[in-house]
Write a protein that binds this ligand. Structure first.
Ligand SMILES: [Zn+2]
Length: 298
């Protein structure tokens, strides 16, 4: 018995030394380099919040950054994904569950341009975001409606906000990212009134391959008309953990609707971080956790 314990201890020590010397990349889940022309989108599990990292061979985009309490988790994730600089950051709107992680992230990583919504807030977290943007000399932009950007072989088009709204959720930045034949729509927490305006303004241009459900899968967003217009193959819901059901997201109405429209569903509350890899034609999805239950149920 003693001998066995000694052998095991020796093995652990050798493993530890080997890990410190050579790294243990695969086991640690460290980012392996992306194949040329591929992009990877990580819908990061930050509980009742949003944070999405989009990476290409030579760029990193971060849309929202979780709550303030997620700051370290986010920094660790970005480091694991070999992010050395954020080319474009987007704070969809001023609520903490979208911009809360940014102040610490922007202290830890360089960032070129930060896109901010046109409706401001006097909340403490938003003020500290503005302070960091200023301190770090980051270029801050409010996107123009219809503005387009090209990074590597992706295109980003800003679809909103279409005007100035009093409501912070409604003032969310709306954007679509296109990579080859695939496209990805992000609408922050914009509610169904805004969805109607977006349909009127953009019509079939809203069609996207993958849609991150609006407002964490709330039934006050994700209207049936809007979902039909987007007509996504896949929807990803970023929402709360089961042990903190403060807002009850995702709502059963949204889950029922997605099921009735036959849309493939992924949920961060059940499956953890959802990682999508796209070569411009096909995309594959991996999840942090296995979930064998019915994702269309609460
Ligand atoms: Zn939110």
């Amino acid at each position: 018995m003693r001998k066995v314990i000694k052998k095991v201890t020796l093995l652990v020590v050798i493993c530890f030394i080997a890990t410190s010397l050579f790294g243990c990349e695969k086991q640690m889940g460290k980012q392996e380099s992306l194949a040329t022309g591929n992009i990877q989108i990580s819908y990061i599990d930050v509980g009742q919040a949003d944070a999405t990292l989009i990476q290409g061979n030579d760029f990193n985009i971060l849309i929202d950054a979780g709550n303030k309490a997620d700051s370290q988790l986010m920094i660790d994730f970005l480091q694991k994904k070999n992010v050395n600089k954020i080319d474009i950051a987007v704070g969809t709107h001023a609520h903490e569950d979208h911009v809360g992680g940014f102040p610490e992230i922007l202290k830890a990583f360089e960032c070129d341009t930060f896109y901010i919504s046109n409706t401001t807030s006097s909340s403490k977290i938003y003020e500290s975001l503005l302070d960091v943007l200023d301190d770090r000399n980051i270029s801050v932009r409010i996107p123009d409606v219809g503005e387009e950007l090209t990074l590597g072989d992706i295109n980003i088009k800003f679809y909103g906000p279409l005007k100035k709204y009093k409501d912070l959720n409604d003032s969310s930045i709306i954007l679509k990212l296109t990579h080859g034949n695939n496209s990805y729509l992000f609408t922050g927490d914009a509610e169904s009134g805004v969805e109607k305006e977006l349909i009127k303004k953009w019509g079939n241009q809203l069609k996207s391959t993958v849609y991150q459900a609006g407002h964490h899968g709330s039934s006050t967003s994700n209207s049936s008309q809007f979902l039909k217009k987007i007509s996504p193959q896949t929807v990803i819901i970023s929402s709360n953990k089961e042990d903190a059901p403060r807002y009850g997201h995702p709502h059963i109405e949204t889950l029922d609707l997605l099921k009735s429209l036959n849309i493939q569903l992924y949920r961060t509350d059940k499956q953890g971080t959802v990682i999508l890899t796209d070569d411009g034609n096909h995309y594959t999805i991996q999840t942090e956790k296995e979930y064998s239950g019915n994702l269309y149920k609460k």
